[in-house]
Every structure is written in structure tokens, then in C-alpha cells.
Design a protein around this ligand. Structure first.
Ligand code: KG4
Length: 337
């Protein structure tokens, strides 16, 4: 292993982390949430500009905190995709410049592999493993039979679960990002509103969240047209039961079908308290272990990118300086760049 400096800039967090032989020396995250809040979602152009402003500040802070110089770094790692194209470019150009200047390898990391490997800060992986990747941009069931061996057994065919939380929150007048506000409101509510569980659009582990979002919007409009008030807590609870319930139900089926030894939660929505409770209850007393990531590694950060980069460094997976970003990079194609 080596000293790795990793950069993450795929969405609205600019992040730099430094690891030394697997030990996390620094992990700096500059979030832009307060800027995008007023738009009710991430504005890509604004996000790219803010990354440009923040990247050198984060870089300096990460080096200062880790007490290392750029000359000491053995490799520069960066999120190459998936994500917002302009945002990814800021991280990639920074990492390329450093790799060129210090004549060190450039390591391209898949963002979702990062979310999955964030769990290695908590526990060791046991295979076969089911990674439930739930975030603002993705909803995927990833089966791993070994390290860096990713098979997507199911994914959303339209909206991601986090995106659905954010849109439903907007309809209910809750702040952005909507995941936590809905999670908190749901704790006070009762599941009194009738919402239908979305079907699997294609395979048994595929998801569709756009219909659920439309159901909530239509229901809220109908209630308002009747001149009645929507009970936000009850709507949040009714929505959350279905949105998370469908993930837990399909996870149960996948665990049985693939004889899974370990389940890990990954991505922003893995912070959800109901998902954590339901998965813990599902696997209580079973032989299948559950890793629940600490909250600090559920949101975007570069420590998780460094975790994957350590493995890629040992495998000698380095990219040429002609590397480009891939906003739609699939996790099972992580070697293709
Ligand atoms: O992983 P992340 O930063 O986004 C991507 O990389 O795509 O996740 C952000 C998403 C947002 O949609 C946010 O609403 C959701 O994670 N989120 C939650 C919770 N906390 C954050 N969703 C449900 N419950 C939560 N407690």
C-alpha cells in the first residue's frame, strides 16, 4: 500500500482525503447544500463553479491536516464517474495536473465502488456480499463474489430512491435535501394514506420510483382540491413505508436466492433510520451479517474513493493522462476507461 490522495467532486460535495497504508490521515468535505437548497435540487453549472473555487482550499486543508507534502504522495486518485459532467471534470483535471506535475500514477475510481468500500472503514467484507446502493442518483443491488467484482442484479429504471425522497419533500413543503426531513417527519406520522407498492419494471430486483412520486403528487393535489389539509407527518410515513419497504422486501429475496453471507448499505439514503431498522430486524438471528455505515461515510466524501484507490494501487490499475470522465459509468465496467 501507499500514500494516496483522493479527490471526489461528482455532485455537490468537493472532497479531498489522504490515506497512508490504509490509515485515514485526513478527510475534508466542502458541501454546497446551502447554495442548492434554494433551488430545491443541485444546479449543475453552479456546482461545477463551486468545485473550481473549493478544490484548492480542500486540497490545502487535507495536506495540512495529514501533515504531508504533495511530494510524499504515491498516487492521485479521482472519481471518474458516474456524476455530473462538469463537476467530474473539476476533480479529474485537478488529479491529472497533480499526477503530471509530481510524476505519480493517476487512479480512476468509480463513485459507487467508493460508496460500497466506505464500509471497509467499519468492517471486513465477507463474500458473497449484497451491496444495497441507495443514493440521490442511484438505486442498485450489487452482488460481489470477491473484491472489485461487481454484478448489478437490479437497478432503478427511472428515478433513484433519494431523488424520489427529494421530490416528495418538495411537494410536502419540506427542505432540500428531503431525505432527512421525511425520515424525521415519518417518525411522528401514521401510514394512513394509500400508496401502492411499485412493481419491478423488468427483473425481480429492478426498481421504479417515478410512479411512487406521481402517486404522492396526485394524492396531495386531490386532498388540496377537496379543501382539506395534508398531514405531512402521515404522508411522510406512508411514503417512507413504501419507498423503503420495497427495498427490504427485494433484499430478502436476493439474500435467499444468492446465499448472501453479508449485506452492506451504501450511499446517502443508507442514513435512513427506517431502512437501518428494517434491515437490522430482517437479519436479526440470521447467519447473514449486516454492515451499517457510520453517518460520516454515507454522504459523498473522498475517504471512500481512497479506499478503492488503495486496492487499485496494489493491482496496478493506473490511467493514462488522456483519461476522460464518464457521467454514466457502470460499476461492472470499472476497468473500462
Ligand atoms: O449519496 P448521496 O450524497 O447522493 C449521490 O451521490 O447521488 O445521497 C444524497 C441523497 C439525497 O437524495 C438525500 O435526500 C438522501 O441521500 N438522504 C436520505 C437521508 N439522508 C440523506 N434519504 C432518506 N433518509 C435519510 N435519512
Amino acid at each position: 500500500m501507499a500514500k494516496i490522495l483522493a479527490i471526489e467532486s461528482s455532485c455537490d460535495e468537493t472532497a479531498v482525503a489522504i490515506t497512508d497504508n490504509g490509515k485515514l490521515l485526513s478527510n475534508v468535505v466542502a458541501t454546497q447544500i446551502s447554495v442548492h437548497e434554494k433551488f430545491g435540487g443541485v444546479m449543475p453549472e453552479i456546482a461545477s463553479r463551486l468545485h473550481t473555487e473549493n478544490i484548492t482550499v480542500c486540497l490545502k486543508e487535507a495536506l495540512d491536516k495529514a501533515k504531508v507534502n504533495l511530494e510524499d504522495i504515491d498516487a492521485f486518485a479521482v472519481t471518474r464517474g458516474p456524476g455530473l459532467i462538469g463537476c467530474l471534470h473539476v476533480g479529474l483535471q485537478s488529479a491529472k495536473t497533480l499526477a503530471l506535475l509530481y510524476k505519480k500514477p493517476l487512479i480512476p475510481v468509480h463513485h459507487l465502488a467508493g460508496h460500497i468500500y466506505a464500509n471497509e472503514y467499519v468492517g471486513e467484507f465477507v463474500f458473497p456480499l449484497l451491496a444495497i446502493v441507495v443514493s440521490g442518483g442511484n438505486t442498485e443491488f450489487v452482488l460481489m463474489k470477491d473484491h472489485m467484482d461487481f454484478e448489478i442484479i437490479g437497478e432503478t429504471k427511472d428515478d433513484a430512491v433519494g431523488e424520489c425522497y427529494d421530490k416528495v419533500a418538495r411537494v410536502l413543503g419540506l427542505p432540500y435535501p428531503g431525505g432527512l426531513p421525511i425520515d424525521l417527519a415519518a417518525k411522528r406520522g401514521k401510514p394512513i394514506y394509500p400508496l401502492k407498492e411499485p412493481d419491478s419494471p423488468e427483473g425481480p430486483y429492478d426498481f421504479s420510483y417515478s410512479g411512487l412520486k406521481t402517486q404522492v403528487i396526485n394524492l396531495v393535489n386531490t386532498i388540496k382540491q377537496r379543501g382539506e389539509k395534508v398531514n405531512v407527518d402521515d404522508m411522510a410515513k406512508s411514503f417512507q413505508d413504501v419507498a423503503i419497504g420495497v427495498i427490504v422486501k427485494r433484499a430478502k429475496k436476493a439474500i435467499e436466492q444468492y446465499g448472501v453471507s453479508q449485506v452492506i448499505l451504501a450511499g446517502g439514503v443508507s442514513a435512513n433510520s427506517y431502512l437501518r431498522e428494517q434491515m437490522t430486524a430482517l437479519l436479526a438471528g440470521s447467519k447473514t451479517q449486516l454492515i451499517i455505515p457510520p453517518l460520516w461515510c454515507t454522504t459523498d466524501n473522498a475517504a471512500m474513493i481512497a479506499k478503492v484507490a488503495e486496492r487499485l494501487y496494489d493491482l496496478g490499475v493506473f490511467a493514462p493522462l488522456s483519461l476522460g470522465v464518464d457521467p454514466n459509468w457502470k460499476i461492472d465496467h470499472w476497468k473500462d476507461f
